[in-house]
Design a protein around this ligand. Structure first.
Ligand code: SAM
Length: 254
């Protein structure tokens, strides 16, 4: 495979040939290969959306899965890695997907809205997950879907010296958010939301992850944010929260 050098220094691990080979190996193009955090929301939310923007789409396999789940949903995948986007564009995914090679923070500043904006294994692949979340909420007109790694601890771990991924010689970010801080961040968007759903479970990291042993075991939290409809004439109702969490997280909230 012809690999061009990438310019985004913040995600060098994700620009390495080892990561590209791993994406190639995984080939997750069938719904049976979805992780529980993904399947939990995709089957019910995608059919409600005319389009979906998938951030950090890698080699674009999710395009095929979206088409199987909901033929009427137009898929748009974005990734900063030009090599992966080239692979995606050459694949014969059904449903006429679009692929964009651009840095997410630049792209999300643009005006266009999408009914659904999602990012899988993506909020824990960038250095600033809170900024990313803010932009995702702004960019979605109906739903924001994502997973995040979180632990019952007082401070976020955003520092690559305490947790990171390694592909070949290269390191990349692996932020782990404090559950309390994460909930506070979501509360900050309540004005724009109708419902918040979270389901969380423990899922061990793979061999590419290096994590400080003093960090409590992080869980995966799968999140669905339903945005309030902007043309509703009725007064804003209280946000409905539905949470299925491990005991440690409930203790953080009490
Ligand atoms: C852990 S992978 C997840 C891939 C895919 N969503 C999945 O679930 O298998 C993270 C992806 O995010 C991309 N990425 C990392 N930083 C990015 C950025 N700043 N802008 C756009 N894409 C980025 C990487 O190139 C990589 O493909």
């Amino acid at each position: 495979m012809d690999l061009k050098p990438q310019s985004d220094k913040s995600s060098t691990a994700y620009n390495s040939k080892e990561f590209i080979n791993r994406v190639d190996e995984l080939k997750r193009t069938h719904p049976r290969s979805l992780y529980p955090s993904e399947a939990w929301s995709l089957y019910r939310i995608l059919p409600e959306c005319k389009n979906v923007l998938d951030l950090g789409c890698g080699g674009g396999d999710m395009a095929e899965i979206v088409n199987v789940i909901s033929k009427s949903t137009q898929y748009i995948g974005l990734d900063s890695n030009q090599n992966l986007i080239d692979i995606a564009k050459k694949s014969s995914f059904r449903g006429n997907p679009r692929f964009i090679a651009e840095d997410v923070f630049k792209y999300l500043e643009k005006k266009e809205l999408f009914e659904c904006v999602m990012g899988w294994a993506f909020l824990y692949a960038v250095l600033d997950p809170y900024k990313l979340l803010e932009l995702m909420v702004k960019k979605a007109s109906k739903y924001v879907l994502f997973d995040i790694r979180s632990a019952a601890m007082n401070e976020d771990v955003l520092d690559m010296s305490r947790s990171h991924v390694v592909y070949g010689e290269n390191k990349g970010p692996l932020p782990i958010v404090s559950f309390r801080n994460f909930i506070d961040a979501i509360r900050g968007y309540e004005e724009q939301l109708e419902e918040v759903e979270m389901a969380s479970y423990y899922f061990p990291f793979g061999p590419h992850v290096v994590i400080d042993k003093n960090i409590p075991e992080p869980a995966v939290i799968s999140v669905v944010l339903k945005k309030s409809s902007t043309n509703s004439k009725t007064p804003k109702q209280a946000v409905k929260w539905h949470m299925n969490l491990p005991k440690e997280f409930w203790e953080e909230l009490s």
